[in-house]
Design a protein around this ligand. Sequence first.
Ligand SMILES: Nc1ncnc2c1ncn2[C@@H]1O[C@H](COP(=O)(O)OP(=O)(O)O)[C@@H](O)[C@H]1O
Ligand SMILES: [Mg+2]
Length: 298
Amino acid sequence: MKMIKIESLSKSFGRHQALDRVSFSLGKGEVLGFIGPNGAGKSTTVRILLGMLKPTSGTAELFGQDAWKDAVEIHKRIAYVPGDVNLWPNLTGGEVIDLFLSMRGAAVDQDKKEALMKAFEFDPTKKCRAYSKGNRQKVALIAAFAADADLYIFDEPTSGLDPLQERVFQDQVRKVKARGASVLLSSHILSEVEALCDTVAIIRNGKIVETGKLEALKHLTRTQIRVKAERSLDHLKEKNWIHDYSKDKSETVFLLDTNHLADLLSELQNCNVTKFESAPPKLEDFFMRHYETDEEVD
Ligand SMILES: Nc1ncnc2c1ncn2[C@@H]1O[C@H](COP(=O)(O)OP(=O)(O)O)[C@@H](O)[C@H]1O
Ligand SMILES: [Mg+2]
């Protein structure tokens, strides 16, 4: 049985169609990256899965149950973290974590909770009104990971976290996956998705434009490279894994198919490189390159 099964899901807000026949599924023990630019329809899909929005048409099932009708049963088995966590201003972070966990009904694993607070370097003694955005995210993340859920639904969960805490988040996702839980990770951070996900579903303007194994997406990503060298680099121009080769003053700039990084480094070995910069592929660029000719939906 699939943990999530969405079939031909559509949602309209008045005349605006936010989702147009979206389909994808998530198996047990899998991590699915749900990616797309702002306004693509990620949160609308997530809200339907949570039973907070009713689909206009199509079906959304979790554990074989209907997201809208069976929300009570479903919520016992899921943990959810939104991208913008609202908390009770007058309670401390620790109190809110306990409150979230007590609402789940099951006994709280105090050791696990303490370990998570430590890993995220979270101070639970402050009132929530004093927390930064990153700290509010941590409250929800700690409560989610401390819960023994079968399915974790994250909607852009790491906004406001610094790179070290992003690593902690990734470690925790790997842990829940290792014990057989499933994760839906909505994100616009390609590196996060690349690090964690088995499969991806890419959404744009309410439509799924690509689904499948991450490997299939990986060869579509390109890294921007800037090199300064004492010898000519023009032999690189001929490589079919190098694109948009150009000169910028004394430097050479191009896009590299990310899976050819090792090839590039060996090509550069005898060129007396004096400067090398690489910018990770951005999801926005990926979208720009592959879908910029698509009709814009208003
Ligand atoms: N409650 C709502 N009423 C009207 N339009 C909405 C509502 N929620 C979302 N939308 C619109 O639906 C589209 C998808 O939004 P959303 O699912 O939040 O995108 P994402 O999470 O991918 O950034 C956007 O154009 C947004 O403005
Ligand atoms: Mg959103």
